[in-house]
Design a protein around this ligand. Structure first.
Ligand code: SF4
Length: 397
């Protein structure tokens, strides 16, 4: 019954965007089927499928339809920006820790945001380092505007009640708190920081108490997967009362994981996809596994094509997990660097970094990110997989 009601609410919200009927029927059918796999949440009036998409009754969702489904803009739909590289935690798998340079200042960040929006970005993730260490974070969030969904990825360090309220008022829609394990000692060990677990739990409570959509972003190790511990972890998250589990397997972004034993297999990815569908059917928590959204049967890997990452120093990478640079926004416009990068990145069905980590080994030469010169050399060796279902349906004729 609840599922039926959700489908009705979903249909109503889509109906209010009447122009969607101009989208190809096969694409609309794909979207209805995809969205039907989730329980629609109503958080403070925002109808939310999951936090990788804007709420469906928002201006950002209308931009998704108009700019990406109808106009089929060449620009990105999703972007992440590092607001600082500083972070007191010390995770082994951190995708940013080795990046360095001169930090972008607040006006450079704000300018990049507006450029990204003009290019088509309707979903923006703020990451770091620990983004709450950027003293201008409220001003930056406010500058985004109400036609772009904003998601904050944080450990919870530096969060005060006032800061949480100010971020919500400034337009923050989603927050994702890092939590990798249900056992306090284990989470603190993974994060290299005593107190990480308690900090995360406090942040979850704080954001929930003021009506923000709260997810936990967790990095699932292969060990956890093979030990069938993901279900135990999800039970813990259900008991915590978070809205969503934002799951990713450990990505081979840094040297410690550049080996076959660390990288998830297709069978393991599919087991997480099935687990997601099962939990979402039960409806106690939304499970949003990256390998589901970015799987071949859904939206695929859009690194460098519909996704772009600007690190805290202005280097432009295909996504947060790809330690490569195509240039710096201090030297060229975001659009120019993105345009050059996109020539090398057709949308594909499999995770680029899971497939190509061995090339990082060859070309990194101790650098993170890999210099533009070496990145371009590396790209000559990359072979892409076919397009995902969504990209095939949405491609220009
Ligand atoms: S490379 Fe992997 S993590 Fe990055 S956008 Fe593609 S699927 Fe996602």
């Amino acid at each position: 019954m609840a599922e039926f009601k959700n489908k009705i609410a979903l249909a109503k919200a889509l109906w209010s965007n009447m122009q969607i009927i101009k989208v190809k029927p096969s694409l609309n059918w794909f979207l209805i089927k995809y969205m039907g796999k989730f329980n629609l949440l109503n958080i403070d009036g925002q109808l939310i499928i999951h936090s990788h998409l804007p709420s469906i009754n928002s201006k950002a969702f209308t931009r998704f339809i108009n700019e990406h489904l109808l106009a089929r803009t060449e620009g990105p739909s999703h972007a992440q920006i590092g607001l600082t590289n500083a972070c007191p935690q010390n995770c082994l798998y951190c995708y940013n820790k080795k990046r360095k340079g001169e930090l972008l200042n607040t006006s450079e960040i704000k300018q990049a945001i507006q450029e990204l929006k003009k290019m088509g970005v309707f979903w923006l993730g703020f990451t770091g380092g620990e983004p709450l260490l950027n003293k201008d974070i409220v001003e930056i969030v406010k500058s985004v505007g109400d036609d772009c969904a904003i998601k904050l990825f944080t450990t919870g360090i530096n969060l005060t009640e006032q800061l949480a309220v100010d971020l919500k008022k400034a337009g923050l829609l989603y927050v994702s708190i890092s939590l990798d394990h249900w056992a306090e000692k284990e989470h603190d060990r993974i994060r290299g920081y005593i107190g990480a677990f308690r900090t995360a739990l406090r942040a979850i409570d704080l954001f929930k108490s003021i009506g923000v959509h709260v997810s936990v972003s967790a990095v699932i190790s292969r060990k956890m997967l093979q030990g069938n511990q993901v279900q135990e972890f999800l039970k813990f998250l259900i008991d915590l009362g978070v809205h969503e589990a934002w799951l990713s397997e450990t990505k081979p972004t840094v040297e410690a994981f550049w080996n076959e034993a660390s990288v998830i297999t297709e069978e393991e990815r599919l087991s997480l996809v099935r687990l997601q569908d099962k939990y979402n059917k039960e409806g106690k928590i939304t499970v949003n596994y990256l390998g589901h959204f970015e799987g071949r049967e859904h939206f695929g890997c859009n690194a460098g094509n519909k996704m772009v990452y600007l690190d805290a120093f202005g280097e432009v990478s295909p996504c947060v997990f790809t330690p490569m640079t195509f240039g710096n926004v201090r030297d060229k416009s975001v659009q120019a660097v993105f345009g050059e990068m996109k020539k090398h990145f057709p949308s594909e069905s499999c995770c680029f970094i899971n497939r190509n980590y061995a090339l990082l080994k060859k070309y990194s030469r101790g650098e993170a990110p890999i210099s533009k010169e070496n990145t371009l050399e590396m790209m000559k060796e990359v072979r892409f997989s076919p397009m995902s279902r969504f990209s095939r349906l949405n491609k220009k004729r």
